[in-house]
Design a protein around this ligand. Structure first.
Ligand SMILES: [Zn+2]
Ligand SMILES: [Zn+2]
Length: 616
């Protein structure tokens, strides 16, 4: 089965079991300044897991584009990628363990064709200190599921990772691990959860590649061992408890299932080769690299460079298809780092300048069916890549000469920053180069220099790298509602073409990008401000309803990315003034917002104006 076929088969399997297929949310979360990119299938669905009704129903399935910037430096081994797709099925208060575990097993064995003898599972061992029982229900379900395949699956209490390395597998197939491994909540361990927070046990499925255990990772092997023998290919989270004010746990009235499985990893299991870079999704770009470098991927001493280029070009292409272009700020800087790192590794492979666009086209070719936006933006993606490559190559060789001079000694934060500021070397590139020379880099001092450099434009950079929920503080919610009023007011004053091009909300201010070619006049800004304050003073009610995309469009609803959310959408109305497709949340009445004022209006690129405003 190819990766494209797996993605399709998974979604069809769950559709046949009453699920509705929903599209992947864009990689860039809307109205969520705490997160740079969607990093898991669950992330866009958190509001629904927390109780909001999903317009598409209680049983959902999809494949979500995901990107983890924190993994950039890990890429190079046989399993880490920055971009990946996560297959997900959800029960929002519908089915539970009794359906989920047999279904996912049936999919993996009967549909995908994995040998059940190569599958091992883990379940939650319970947590006495927090009064949480062992998940015997899942363990017994698994025992029955394996027994139906003629496999006598014994249950082993393996405990913590450390204990597991000492104890080994003891011929087991179902393993109880502690909360550090088999408990899910947004806050992590049960003791770290605040009152009111939901959480629950999870159950992971591992594929056994059968490679020998490497004792560097512990005395004995076990499913969670990092030696590479086992690969996790799926995790069913059972959200079934809620933490109480006294620290105890009570059953959740509405229990959820959240399954997530890495598509690329599953494809690796299907071909029984642990190297994800050998799956068909990477085949075109690896083949292209082999051709232009006249080297073989499997035999090359620079296999890591093949992987880095393949991963980084793919990540950059898919990110650019979702509207992120290379720049020196936030998301754009991640794309830039990916491309610069890829260019350096193209050099390692001896591949001539100007190859980046060609490589990008092989990625576009593969993904255009699954994600039409990739094909639609091919032209601008390829152009931006070519531009980025030309620009970086202008300073690259001079930068490498400068590096050689510096690298005879320990590389200080100031040196690393100099390489960044004058030659465009991202930190990890300096670290990479230094590693080859056996020289250390003061990365902490670099980060300090970088933080100072960026302090003027923004703060909290690190916070943006963590995954998870949007900031739903009271202030952010107020700013969100104010954004809707501002959007409508801009349309009233500037005209219908003044649509939203972006939005970024923190508890301290809102930032709103609008399609408009000229600088706004002081009169226009004053009129917009007056309208918003008038609507606040009128204390208009904010109401939500669900409808089809067509109904929403007919009602004149505004909304970024609207069609991508699928057939039925949520719409927010503010009095009779504003109507917008939006996931919320919002205040109940506009009177709560306070006084609105615009602080700044400036250009944010060609044909886009950026407005910063505050509520007081
Ligand atoms: Zn091992
Ligand atoms: Zn909104």
């Amino acid at each position: 089965m190819s990766t494209n076929e797996l993605r399709e088969a998974y979604q069809r399997f769950f559709e046949e079991r009453g699920h509705t297929r929903i599209p992947s949310a864009p990689l860039v979360p809307e109205n969520d300044p705490t997160t740079l990119f969607v990093g898991s299938g669950m992330q866009p669905l958190v509001p629904y897991l927390l109780g909001q009704a999903h317009p598409q129903g209680a049983k959902l399935v999809n494949s979500q584009k995901s990107f983890r910037a924190e993994d950039i430096e890990e890429v190079g081994d046989n399993r880490h990628t920055t971009f990946f797709e996560m297959l997900g099925n959800w029960s929002l208060g519908d089915y539970f363990k009794e359906e989920q575990l047999p279904w996912i097993f049936e999919f993996l064995t009967s549909v995908v064709g994995l040998n059940p003898k190569r599958l091992y599972v883990t379940v939650f061992a319970g947590d006495e200190a927090n009064g949480l029982p062992r998940d015997t229900v899942s363990a017994e379900l698994w025992q029955q599921i394996f027994s139906d395949k003629g496999i006598d699956a014994s249950i082993v209490d393996i405990g913590s990772i450390e204990q597991a390395g000492d104890a080994g597998m003891q011929n087991g197939r179902i393993f109880y691990y502690n909360a550090a491994k088999n408990w899910w909540s947004r806050a992590g361990l049960p003791e770290n959860m605040p009152a009111g927070e939901p959480g629950g046990p999870d159950s992971e499925i591992f594929y056994d590649f059968g490679t020998p255990h490497d004792p560097k990772f512990g005395k004995q092997c076990h499913p969670n061992c990092d030696c590479g023998r086992f690969m996790e290919i799926g995790n069913s989270v059972f959200m079934e408890y809620v933490k109480q004010a006294d620290g105890s746990f009570a059953p959740l009235p509405r229990k959820n299932v959240d399954f997530g499985g890495g598509l690329e990893r599953l494809a690796a299991a299907v071909q029984d080769n642990a190297d994800v870079f050998t799956i068909d999704a990477f085949a075109p770009i690896i083949r292209q690299l082999e051709e232009v470098s006249s080297a073989s991927y499997t035999a090359s001493p620079h296999q890591a460079s093949f992987r880095i280029v393949a991963d980084h070009v793919r990540g950059a292409v898919i990110m650019m298809a979702d509207g992120v272009s290379p720049s020196n700020t936030e998301r754009g800087y991640i794309v830039r780092r990916l491309l610069r790192r890829a260019i350096r590794h193209l050099d390692v492979l001896g591949i001539p300048a100007g190859s980046l666009p060609l490589l990008a086209r092989s990625i576009v070719e593969y993904y255009r069916t699954a994600y039409p936006e990739v094909g639609q933006r091919e032209g601008s993606i390829v152009e931006a890549l070519a531009h980025e490559e030309t620009k970086f190559r202008r300073t690259l060789s001079a930068g490498l000469r400068e590096f050689q001079k510096i690298a005879s000694r320990h590389i200080s934060g100031a040196d690393a920053f100099h390489l960044f500021a004058s030659y465009g070397f991202p930190l990890e590139m300096t670290v990479d180069l230094a590693k080859d020379k056996g020289v250390a880099v003061d990365t902490e001092a670099f980060e300090r220099a970088m933080a100072e450099h960026r302090a003027a434009s923004r703060g909290g950079q690190d916070k943006k790298f963590r995954g998870g929920l949007a900031d739903h503080s009271d202030m952010s919610i107020k700013y969100h509602t104010a954004t809707h009023l501002l959007h409508q007011a801009l349309q009233d004053i500037l005209g219908k073409q003044a649509i939203q091009k972006g939005s970024n909300i923190t508890p301290d201010r809102l930032r709103f990008d609008v399609a408009h070619t000229e600088k706004m006049t002081p009169e226009q800004l004053q009129k917009v401000t007056d309208i918003v304050n008038e609507k606040i003073a009128a204390n208009l009610p904010v109401r939500q309803e669900e409808m089809t995309v067509e109904e929403a469009k007919a009602a004149g609803a505004a909304g970024l990315f609207s069609e991508r959310y699928g057939e039925r959408v949520r719409v927010y109305r503010i009095g009779d003034y504003s109507i917008e497709i939006c996931g919320g949340p919002h205040v109940e009445r506009t009177g709560a917002l306070g006084r609105f004022s615009i602080q700044k209006e400036e250009s944010a690129g060609a044909g886009v104006r950026r407005i910063r405003a505050v509520l007081q």
